[in-house]
Design a protein around this ligand. Structure first.
Ligand SMILES: [Zn+2]
Length: 674
């Protein structure tokens, strides 16, 4: 299920979860992972991680292999044990019944294979009978309410970013399948190859549902043509980073006037929303385009298009032939050689679907409450360091500083896991019906949003499940979240020295805090409202600095001719730069930060930077890198490591980096924002 939090800035684009491991670590900075033949001032990332990178190619069932992936693999194994136990003993509690039966339904391939595509047959048949454009709209509303799929446009209920104490319906652009609009619109070799593979994939999937070859080929071509038109009306990912641009509030009646084929009062009522008088539309131009496309496209095309949504949304939960063909297409996108084992995929699915139930089993067994106390202390130290840095900024005027400090002081902190677990009341889980279970969960999730209209905003809610190896900042809630999963080595360890913990989780904390002040986050005030609190002069100075960050990251090459997109990754790069600086300032207040005592041959400052670098070690398949450069707002680990340290004097001092070294940046060109 997709998360509904607007503009939530996560630490890394990574869907996996983790679990505390028990292996005893003897060296927190291990020279066996480094390549000391590389000068740290030439390529710090390789100096710190070179041997690890060589020893750890991407396994055949993965697309990336990294710190995150290693933790994720441990995660799956532990989740599997919890889930297998729950599946064997479902009657222990409602909790074990829900997750146990769900996991059992997902693992029962005998039953799943016997059913083939029966779980979606009734939907396909119903869609085949659509007669008019009005039927098409009804079907779209119905699919959403039933938890089947969300075709054509996005629709949910979330906080009004200019009045964050209230919920409001939000309509977004959507309607496409490939990971970015560029895949439809660009004519480079990669995009062309992926489009050709996509056509075959759609055709083959229709054939698996009993459609003849000629019709399936026709369907695929019609779907491609329709999705290409929709892609053409979508905003780019860079445009979507502008929160003001996405904020277009309409009275429902007025919105309907701009889209004569779509009466939003009717349509929303069919989507169970009857009480809202206004909505926010992220891309009105897209909606007007959809409105013109509706009557101009034959009903037969809409039928195939909606059927395609049913098929693709369920493909991985149907019989093996669907799963395999779906994977074959994913291979073209990601380069992955082999499918990961089913239990691993299904543990992840259970975490995605019933995460706050599975999460309870997880924290009971693996989370140490002391970790929460230790984290709170670290967060407080980082917050203090941030406060001091804001006070010392030479480019910001006192008034704006006062408002920045107010915002910093208003952060709320979520650490480990939620205090108020979701109960998922109403979700029906049956041991022999995976697709049915998923629909019930998806339907619940949709209603859970819709029911919020008119109610107070629940600020205690979490957007991440406990085993998640990630962290996040939400501008509309002004909160930072660190789930249990990220509170482990190499991010955090009870026995590690401060240098390693501050270079790891300290920088993560600083990163999330800085999101409150990156090019997007700075547009939201202490209460979370999208409201300008900057003087014109300060905003101008901020932009000048941010533009330099854009330019710097535009210069990094990811793969052959592919360059990083400095505008797409700007918020994350600002957060990394601020986060590492903040973590360093906080580290310098610790006893180790003040000492010169070497551990395993490294000074405290060297260990701090090496701790940061080892978080980012990793390998990724070229196909995956090519995809990430288009869709991921985070820079690759190599540039997250090297792109930040080059602006910090302490790095030059720690490793004796001098003019002539490849990473050397003259003092006047180093960027300091926060
Ligand atoms: Zn981030």
């Amino acid at each position: 299920m997709k998360k509904n939090v607007l503009f939530s800035c996560v630490f890394a684009l990574w869907g996996a979860t983790s679990m505390a491991q028990s292996a005893k670590i003897t060296q927190y900075i291990d020279p066996a992972n480094m390549d000391v033949s590389v000068k740290p001032g030439d390529d710090f990332y390789r100096y710190a991680n070179g041997a690890w990178i060589k020893k750890n190619p991407v396994p055949s069932s993965k697309t990336r292999w990294s710190t995150f992936a290693v933790l994720a693999e441990e995660a799956s194994t532990s989740l599997r044990m919890l889930l297998e136990d729950a599946a064997k003993n479902p009657n222990k509690s409602r909790l074990t019944q829900m997750v146990g039966e769900f996991y059992a339904s997902a693992m029962d391939t005998v039953n799943i294979n016997k059913k083939g595509f029966i779980p979606i047959k009734a939907d396909l048949d119903r869609l085949a009978k659509l007669n008019s454009h009005a039927d098409v709209l009804d079907a779209i509303a119905n699919m959403r309410v039933q938890g089947i799929a969300s075709p054509l446009f996005g629709f949910s209920v979330s906080q009004d970013s200019k009045k964050v104490t209230e919920y409001i319906p939000q309509i977004g652009q959507g309607g496409t399948t490939l990971p970015d609009r560029d895949y439809y619109l660009k004519n480079d070799a990669r995009s062309t190859k992926i489009r050709a593979a996509y056509l075959e994939y759609v055709r083959d999937m229709f054939k698996l549902t009993g459609v003849d070859d000629a019709t399936a080929t026709q369907n695929a071509a019609a779907i491609m043509a329709l999705e290409t038109q929709l892609a053409g009306a979508q905003m780019s990912r860079v445009e979507m980073r502008d929160p003001q641009k996405l904020y277009n509030k309409f009275f429902v009646a007025d919105l309907s006037k701009t889209t004569p084929s779509m009466n939003w009062t009717d349509l929303m009522a069919k989507m169970k929303v009857t009480t809202a008088d206004s909505v926010i539309v992220s891309n009105p131009k897209f909606l007007r385009f959809v409105d013109s496309l509706l009557p101009a496209t034959p009903v037969s095309t809409w039928k195939s298009y909606l059927q395609w949504y049913v098929i693709k949304n369920s493909a991985t939960y149907l019989s093996d032939d669907f799963v395999k063909r779906n994977f074959q297409f994913n291979q073209v996108l990601s380069g992955q050689k082999e499918m990961s084992p089913r239990w691993e995929r299904m543990s992840g699915l259970t975490d995605n679907t019933l995460g706050e139930l599975l999460g309870q089993l997880y924290v009971e067994k693996y989370f140490k409450p002391e970790a929460k106390q230790r984290m709170l202390a670290l967060v407080t130290n980082l917050q203090q360091a941030f406060e001091e840095r804001i006070k010392q900024l030479d480019w910001m005027t006192p008034d704006t500083k006062t408002r920045a400090l107010k915002k910093l002081g208003a952060f709320s902190k979520k650490i480990g896991y939620t205090d108020k677990w979701k109960t998922y009341d109403g979700i029906v889980i049956k041991r022999d019906d995976l697709v049915g279970n998923l629909r019930s969960a998806s339907q619940w999730s949709y209603e859970d949003r819709v029911k919020r209209l008119g109610k107070p905003v629940d600020k205690s809610e979490w957007g991440m499940t406990p085993p998640t190896i990630n962290a996040s900042y939400s501008p509309v809630r002004n909160d930072i979240t660190f789930p249990a999963g990220i509170l482990q080595f190499p991010f955090f360890d009870f026995n590690a020295d401060d240098a390693v913990n501050y270079g790891g989780i300290g920088a993560v904390i600083g990163h999330e805090m800085t999101h409150g002040f990156d090019d997007q986050g700075r547009q939201f005030d202490a209460d979370g409202n999208l409201k300008d609190w900057w003087s014109e002069e300060d905003a101008k100075k901020f932009k000048e600095r941010a533009d330099k960050v854009v330019e710097q990251y535009n210069g990094f090459t990811v793969l052959d001719t592919l360059h990083l997109n400095g505008k797409l990754t700007l918020g994350e790069n600002i957060a990394d730069l601020g986060g590492l600086s903040m973590a360093y300032a906080a580290f310098k207040k610790t006893p180790q930060g003040k000492s010169n005592k070497k551990i395993d041959g490294f000074t405290p400052d060297q260990r701090f930077f090496l701790g940061w670098a080892q978080v980012w070690r990793g390998n990724s398949l070229p196909e995956t890198s090519a995809q990430l450069v288009l869709v991921d707002p985070h820079s690759p680990g190599e540039y997250r490591t090297n792109g930040t340290v080059i602006h910090m004097k302490a790095f030059y001092d720690a490793f004796n980096v001098k003019e002539g070294d490849k990473m050397y940046v003259p003092v006047e060109k180093r960027i300091v924002i926060w």
